[in-house]
Design a protein around this ligand. Structure first.
Ligand code: GLN
Length: 351
């Protein structure tokens, strides 16, 4: 947490006042504590990452959803929000893009709030599939069929768990929940929704296949429609980073102070992000970066550093697995420079 930094001079004064009564080892321990980097360092690293990768033209916009193929491939924005609600942003951070699969994180949290974590785990599971996000083969092969909440099959099943009077009521509940996560009202990008709804035969097929295995919990096609809407919600990199900072902050939105996700559900959300946040790229991501993250084919990736903050990067061109190329590079660079890889001893002050 960056705030801890502000306690540091106070600690130094206390040590000074206490003089020889304060064991040096105590000071050393505090010095090694897992505080976030200094503000100037943090800003500098974010700016460096932007400069370093802004001309990287690798990857290709998603085109199986026609709208996404037309989004300007050069758009590039980085936003980081700390758990004490400081924001660092550079580039196209006010451009509203479709949240796509990053929505799955928040619908999972809402499902756990409604049913409890164990029931959601029983109904959806959390095993990596090692297959593309829209895989039909995985549905057939996986013992649970749903796989996990972040591949399309498991995500549609998760959406089907959300209760409501009717489809409209369920959708409004989901959208309102995302708004609480962001700390401000979010809206549907109508054109994205129309474009995806006209081309989502694959997702409809997945939902019917799940029905065959009794692994979808409401009307399959209604569930796909709500899922398609949730994927078409517009977010800016800044809004997305704040949604992530809420995850980093034990489920409390640092801007509004509201408890959006129950604290006990946060580890499940972050674990699912680690296992499947970047689909069949998740293993490589954990190996190199070591932060729970979630990507979307709209070009966003959100990564969470628990207790510290979150970083959201938006850049449309994707790799083979459907993950933004520049976003992965930026987060990898920032995590490395700031030593916040969760599996690094440095991330908990043990260096
Ligand atoms: N709406 C997209 C789909 O269902 C989401 C996929 C993604 O972002 N990986 O195909």
């Amino acid at each position: 947490m960056l705030t801890k930094k502000t306690h540091f001079p106070l600690l130094a004064v206390l040590v000074f006042v206490a003089g020889s009564f304060t064991p040096l080892s105590l000071f050393a321990q505090e010095h090694r504590s897992p505080v976030a980097p200094r503000e100037e360092k943090f800003k500098a690293v974010v700016n460096e990452a932007f400069e370093k990768f802004k001309n990287d033209t690798r990857g290709k916009n998603a085109d199986y959803i026609p709208y996404l193929a037309q989004v300007d491939s050069k758009l590039f924005g980085i936003a980081a929000v700390t758990t004490d609600n400081r924001i660092y942003a550079i580039g196209d951070v006010d451009y509203s893009f479709s949240i796509q699969s990053i929505s799955k994180v928040f619908t999972l949290a809402l499902a756990m709030q409604e049913l409890g974590a164990e029931e959601v785990f029983q109904k959806v599971g959390s095993e990596p599939t090692g297959r593309p996000f829209n895989s039909v083969v995985a549905v057939v092969d996986m013992p649970t069929h749903t796989g996990n909440p972040f591949v399309n099959a498991g995500a549609i099943a998760t959406t089907s768990l959300i209760s409501g009077k009717d489809a409209q009521g369920k959708w409004e509940k989901i959208l309102a929940f995302y708004g609480k996560a962001a700390g401000e009202k979010l809206t549907l990008i109508e054109d994205v929704y129309k474009s995806e709804a006209a081309t989502n035969a694959g997702n409809k097929a997945l939902s019917m296949l799940l029905a065959k295995y009794d692994r979808i919990y409401a009307d399959p096609l209604e569930s796909v429609d709500i899922y398609t809407k949730q994927c078409s919600v517009g977010v800016t990199a800044k809004q997305l980073a704040r949604m992530g900072a809420m995850l980093a902050n034990n489920g409390i939105n640092p801007a509004t102070g509201e408890q959006v996700i129950r604290t006990e559900d946060i580890p499940h959300v972050l674990a699912a992000m680690t296992m499947a946040g970047l689909y069949d790229g998740s293993g490589g991501w954990a190996w190199r970066v070591g932060l729970p993250a979630k990507s979307g084919v709209g070009g966003g990736i959100l990564a969470v550093a628990p207790g510290k903050g979150a970083i959201a990067v938006f850049a449309p061109p994707l790799d083979e697995a459907g993950n933004s190329v520049k976003a992965q590079e930026v987060i990898n660079y920032v995590a490395d420079q700031l030593d916040i890889n969760l599996y690094s001893p440095g991330s908990v002050g043990l260096k």
